[in-house]
Ligand binder design. Structure first.
Ligand SMILES: [Ca+2]
Ligand SMILES: [Ca+2]
Ligand SMILES: [Ca+2]
Length: 200
């Protein structure tokens, strides 16, 4: 008997049908999406969608200025919004430090003992600090605080007294033969009845 005939080739119409519906993934090769867009393959085509921080139709994507448009999380009290390509930054104001992503807090300069000079008090403020000379000192607390010589002020201790300047203060004592505050001469000693004698 003759051999059986070979099986017939698939009908050409089916072959064409399959090739028409074999999707091409355009996203795997060169495509027309912008460099700042994401390509999404679809059945029979593809879509281009701008990445976060960019706006456009996917073929053209431009940076969004989040600072100018006010679409940012920067706290205006503590930070400055700085636009970047595809993003933005919250930059700490002077006197503030970064404590978390985009979050800034006041620096307590008074924690640093060198912020003010010796004999000055440090007062922490939002974004800054103040140095003020302690009582008994004079100057600019940022640069220097020098002792006030109270004894140079005329009669600071009163009559019949001896003024002794000390750092940050002064002491008053009575001339020999005087006592009290103010110094009174009712305790004149016999040896100095005039009350005019001064020690040393
Ligand atoms: Ca931006
Ligand atoms: Ca501060
Ligand atoms: Ca003094």
């Amino acid at each position: 008997p003759p051999p059986p005939p070979p099986p017939p080739p698939p009908p050409p119409i089916l072959k064409n049908f399959l090739s028409c519906y074999t999707d091409v993934d355009e996203c795997k090769g060169n495509n027309d999406c912008h460099s700042n867009a994401t390509c999404y393959n679809t059945d029979g085509g593809h879509n281009c969608s701008c990445k976060g921080g960019f706006a456009g139709n996917g073929l053209v994507c431009v940076d969004v200025d989040e600072c100018e448009k006010g679409i940012n999380n920067c706290d205006p009290n503590t930070t400055l919004c700085v636009n970047g390509i595809g993003n933005y930054l919250c930059k700490c104001h002077t006197g503030y430090e970064n404590v978390a992503a985009g979050k800034c807090e006041d620096i307590n300069e008074c924690d640093n003992s060198t912020s003010c000079v010796k004999n000055a008090d440090c007062i922490n403020l939002n974004g800054t600090y103040n140095c003020t000379c302690r009582e008994g000192f004079i100057g600019n607390g940022d640069i220097s605080c020098t002792d006030i010589d109270e004894c140079k002020t005329e009669n600071v201790c009163g009559n019949h007294s001896i003024c002794l300047n000390v750092i940050g203060s002064h002491n008053c004592s009575c001339e020999r033969g005087y006592e009290g505050d103010p110094c009174m001469g009712e305790f004149f000693s016999n040896s100095h009845p005039s009350g005019q004698l001064v020690v040393k």
